[in-house]
Write a protein that binds this ligand. Structure first.
Ligand code: PGA
Length: 249
């Protein structure tokens, strides 16, 4: 059975005190056994979050990392640094990284390799812009993002890969893909994986939906056959709305 996952992407929100407040409340919650819960705070709060959640079933995730293992890359964070503070999972290729920090598929392919070499789990994000969807080129674009950034990995690597489909036009806009649009694309992604890898890999990989998931739309989206959970931005910043989404399966 595929893992059900809800991951909170905090983006550039919450300082240390705010993170601690969230964690105090989060630790009081009862977590459903069938859902893997993750939070991705900023780099400066990863260590604190990991230590604080050690006894709790919540995985602490990084929002990004550099493709090199070390070196003269001022301002960057390596896989080794993440692992040294207890972080073994990383989000790669978020649309904000692709758009604002010019992360190309070639760079992302390198980041994926570095993460896997360091025995980390990757949440690999893909998603089309509104223009692509209007032009009808969204399937093609998603296929290209997958093949250029991810499809070089070995069969074995898929144990450590999660895909997140996040249509850029739905991120932070309040506009969600309809459950049918999400299902259509998730099914396409799974089919595309199956065209490049053994079918059992495609059937096993968790594909998360992201883009304005809220407590009131989560269960309909998570109810789709090929949607295995969500990558949640805005609604992951409050424990109450995050937990409602976690409990939406
Ligand atoms: P959102 O962000 O839920 O605020 O739309 C999702 C994301 O960017 O991961």
């Amino acid at each position: 059975m595929r893992k059900k996952i809800v991951a909170g992407n905090w983006k550039m929100y919450k300082n240390l005190a705010e993170t601690e407040m969230f964690l105090v409340d989060l630790k009081k919650q009862v977590f459903p056994e069938n859902v893997v819960v993750m939070i991705a705070p900023s780099f400066t709060n990863l260590n604190q979050a990991f230590k604080s959640l050690r006894e709790h079933p919540v995985t602490v995730v990084a929002q990004n990392m550099h493709q090199n293992n070390e070196g003269a890359f001022t301002g960057e964070i390596s896989a080794n640094m993440l692992k040294s503070v207890g972080v073994n999972t990383v989000v790669l290729g978020h649309s904000e990284r692709r758009a604002y920090f010019k992360e190309s598929s070639a760079i992302l392919a390198e980041k994926v390799n570095t993460a896997l070499e360091n025995e980390m789990t990757v949440i690999f994000c893909i998603g089309e812009e509104l223009d692509d969807r209007k032009k009808g080129s969204h399937f093609e674009l998603i296929k290209a993002q997958l093949s250029e950034g991810l499809f070089h990995v070995s069969n074995d690597a898929w144990e450590n890969i999660i895909i997140a489909y996040e249509p850029v036009w739905a991120i932070g806009t309040g506009e969600t893909a309809s459950p049918e649009q999400a299902q259509e694309m998730h099914k396409f992604i799974r089919k595309t994986v199956a065209e490049n890898y053994p079918e059992e890999i495609a059937n096993k990989v968790s594909i998360l939906y992201g883009g304005s998931v809220k407590p009131d739309n989560a269960s309909e989206i998570f109810g789709q056959a090929d949607v295995d959970g969500g990558l949640i931005g805005g609604a992951s910043l409050q424990v109450d709305s995050f937990m409602k989404i976690v409990n939406s399966f």
